[in-house]
Design a binder for this molecule. Structure first.
Ligand code: ARG
Length: 277
């Protein structure tokens, strides 16, 4: 495995050198074909190296890491990943003249994916937190969000304070998970998918679910007998994460975001998926 990565990385360097210098035709078709094949291998490799990352940009492909279990921000429709984040990332890629490629993974793998260069950006309804800022950088915020509490329609839990001593379901590694730890005497049941936490609530395995507002709205619409409490658990900001040393990309993403805000495109994308009540 290691050897394949090294070879791919070298080939990737060849390609990016080629891209800077003369046209591919001058370098011999064979070497180029080999380099391209190796480059493809490199982009598919879990532990992509820095050289390969640079090559991704040279190829004009922007790789987005996400966790498509989070409607309306990212979810699957057939074999497509759609939603607000997918469209925002596409609009950013368009602004940058790049091709967008989406990689679906566990939510708690996204930060590592951008740190190691497996992905260029993480777009996953990801909340900016102090802890995450130690590991990655974040773009300007593109949405205000909140953690809310879902309970059964007949639940005695009416405010965040009522969660004391209760069992709460969350999606692993999310801010719902992190902030639930502050609740006194709480038991936290962690699920890989937010929807699984909601199913646990329907089956009375947990007393409440703490999750982001918009997914909560989707889940209660799709399932009878659930409600979202009025009082928010926390208020947060969503932003796009990137490797800390990728300051060039950070500038580009922020410029693209600013232009999408300015043109009204960002609001248009949100309005397509979120209907104001
Ligand atoms: N906003 C929360 C967080 O940053 C949850 C995000 C979950 N996103 C997802 N695509 N599953 O932790």
């Amino acid at each position: 495995m290691k050897k394949i990565i090294a070879v791919a990385a070298m080939a990737a360097m060849v390609v990016s050198m080629t891209a800077c210098g003369s046209k591919a035709a001058d370098t011999g078709a064979e070497a180029t074909a080999e380099a391209v094949a190796a480059t493809e291998a490199a982009t598919q490799t879990a532990e992509t190296t820095e050289a390969a990352t640079e090559n991704v940009a040279a190829n004009g492909t922007l790789i987005m890491a996400t966790n498509a279990e989070f409607p309306p921000y990212e979810y699957r429709e057939g074999d497509q990943i759609v939603g607000i984040d997918a469209e925002i990332a596409q609009a950013i890629a368009d602004e940058l003249g790049m091709e967008l490629q989406i990689e679906d993974m566990q939510f708690d793998s996204i930060i590592a994916a951008v740190q190691t260069g497996k992905a260029d950006i993480g777009v996953a309804g990801m909340t900016v937190t102090e802890d995450r800022l130690q590991a990655v950088s974040f773009s300007d915020s593109y949405t205000q969000a909140a953690q809310v509490i879902i309970v059964k329609g007949d639940s005695a839990v009416a405010t965040p304070d009522d969660l004391k001593g209760k069992t709460v379901g969350v999606q692993l590694g999310t801010t719902g998970d992190i902030y639930a730890e502050d609740i006194e005497d709480v038991t936290i049941d962690r699920y890989n998918k937010g929807f699984e936490a909601v199913q646990a609530l329907l089956q009375d395995k947990v007393d409440a679910v703490i999750i982001d507002r918009e997914p909560a709205n989707v889940f209660i619409e799709e399932n009878e007998g659930l409600k979202v409490l009025d009082e928010e658990f926390t208020v947060e900001d969503y932003a796009i994460c990137m490797a800390k040393d990728n300051t060039d990309l950070l500038d580009k993403v922020n410029t693209a975001l600013a232009s999408l805000k300015e043109s009204g495109k960002l609001d248009e994308i949100k309005a397509k998926y979120i209907t104001a009540e």
